[in-house]
Design a protein around this ligand. Structure first.
Ligand code: SAM
Length: 205
């Protein structure tokens, strides 16, 4: 098939399938980074998780929230005293995550970044992520899309080796294993793969 035929066929295909391909109206997903690492001290790991999550959330159009992060313990890097309001905190995070700071800034400027220590109603349906989902609460990525047609979703990701604690798992209405194979992922791979799988499924539905 030469190029012009391909172009012609492609347009025909597009027209024929224009209704089928109409994007569904999905509600917003928020990635909630839950600090199960250390609540008493600000660590490199907190920073790294934000630095990894900000570009992914930007790429796949998710909101980002950091939950129970010891933001009041961030040490000052620019000669200021300890950050004492949210704006200072954000500024400090932004300046310490290198290249990802611009992605975080983009989320902040669009009201898509939140610092919190309680579950916010605006997050919608709480979903815990784990490689060991409770069969009674199991939700597949495909079912997440069905939920997103009705309500926004807040997707918890645990920092550190132990993942999400029991109380946060309980908070989740559903348990999502993004691999659907029970494979345990590192936090940073979970941060990348969860939005990638869900948003790509939504895009090509
Ligand atoms: C290092 S893992 C914690 C390991 C924990 N044993 C587990 O498998 O959930 C850190 C975080 O990555 C996420 N994660 C790990 N494996 C996952 C999977 N298969 N599906 C979805 N999220 C996963 C969870 O949020 C978990 O709290």
């Amino acid at each position: 098939m030469n190029e012009s035929n391909y172009e012609y066929d492609y347009k025909k295909y597009d027209k024929k399938n224009s209704n089928k391909n109409k994007p569904k109206n999905y509600k917003r997903c928020t990635m909630i980074l839950y600090n199960s690492y250390d609540k008493s001290k600000w660590h490199e790991a907190h920073k790294r998780a934000i630095a990894r999550a900000a570009p992914i959330c930007t790429a796949f159009d998710w909101n980002l929230a950091i939950y129970d992060f010891p933001v009041d313990k961030i040490e000052n890097l620019d000669g200021l005293d300890t950050a004492n309001n949210e704006k200072d905190v954000i500024k400090l995070i932004e300046t310490t995550i290198g290249g990802s700071g611009s992605y975080l800034r983009n989320l902040i400027d669009n009201n898509r970044f939140l610092i919190t220590n309680k579950y916010q109603a605006q997050f919608g349906t709480p979903i815990a992520t784990t490689s060991k989902p409770d069969p009674k609460k199991l939700i597949t990525p495909k079912k997440v899309l069905e939920e997103l047609q009705k309500k926004p979703c807040g997707v918890f990701i645990g920092l550190g080796r132990h993942g999400l604690p029991k109380d946060v798992m309980k908070m989740g209405h559903y348990d999502l294993d993004i691999t659907e194979k029970g494979l345990s992922l590192e936090t940073c791979t979970a941060i990348a793969s969860i939005p990638a799988v869900i948003s790509t499924m939504a895009k090509y539905e």
